[in-house]
Design a protein around this ligand. Sequence first.
Ligand SMILES: [Zn+2]
Length: 396
Amino acid sequence: MTELLLKNVRPFGGPVTDILIRDGRIVRIGAGETGSGAVEDGGGAIAIPGLVEAHAHLDKSLWGMGWHVHQAGPRLEDKISTERRLRRELNIDPARQSARQVALAASHGTTAIRSHVDIDTDQKLWCFEGVSATRERFRNEMDIEIVAFPQSGLMIRPGTLELMDEALANGADVVGGLDPCGIDRDPKGQLDAVFHLAQKHGKPVDIHLHEPDELGAFSLEMIIDRTQALGMRGKVTVSHAFCLGMSDRARAQSLVEKLAREDIAIATTAPASRPVPAAAELRRAGVRLCAGSDGIRDTWGPYGNLDMLERAMFIGLRNNFRCDDELDHALHICTQGGADVMELKDYGLREGAFADIVLIDAETVAEAIAARPVRKLVLKRGKPIARDGKALFTVE
Ligand SMILES: [Zn+2]
């Protein structure tokens, strides 16, 4: 039996209390707890559950590889083909780069990650195998879910579907998809293939949908139709869904109602450069919303650091959240929202849950998001995985 007593902490910025952890789970929360094992004094820090990175690309960062001069563009297709070429030229090794990102995410308080992983006819399963190795290597430090993601298109690259099928048979958790009109120009073909794979393997779906306005709405309705027809309510996520930020608000609202009906979740990065789904609107309609960093410091662009507290700030900025209760909602999206989408069992800051806990020196959750202090302590199932902003495990 291993025991850890977290003393003098304030769950979500509330009153000071103690948290007793035994064998990786929170057994009691209450002032004056005593334990027989190790003790950590939180010194009045806020305690929140582990942050959830619900949309990452662990296979593709250049983190730790020196500065890359970005010249790819301007179209999505340019960035995709540039990346396919540079992967081998620069040796962007998916195992090494995903391990670096796991350490980076842990240092910021993340304890679970959903990662899309490129599968195409050039890389074949290289990226999937690299991230799978990282998942196995850090299975005590991070929950990692892998989405088999046809980044270069599914219908326009024959052979990709078979590779995705193979990845799903070998441990990929989720079936990915991508702009069925914009990239494949065959929405029926791609979506039927994606949902067929999901049915075959009994896995959920997570589709990147960058398509704007009416084009995105068209694809989204096709996703909703298939979710309904196949009884996949609650098993589908649409990432980005920029079309929900369209200027025709009545049209967007009708889509949001359909998403709520089929319990289709949305994953957002809250980018400054694109219209996005409105967090408050989704919440009112009962649509689940989670968040992620997307690709960081990769051949697509120079930004990102896998800090989900910073992502909560971006959600706040993008949605004009100024009140403390709105920032509480932003944190909810970056914690419970992601846990719901990843279907993490026994998640949360409550007795009986796994002790995935982050301590932050701040008065309130809103201050933590606004100031983003280094994370004082990060626990994964009761084990410290980061302290004072640094991961406690090393990667090369
Ligand atoms: Zn993405």
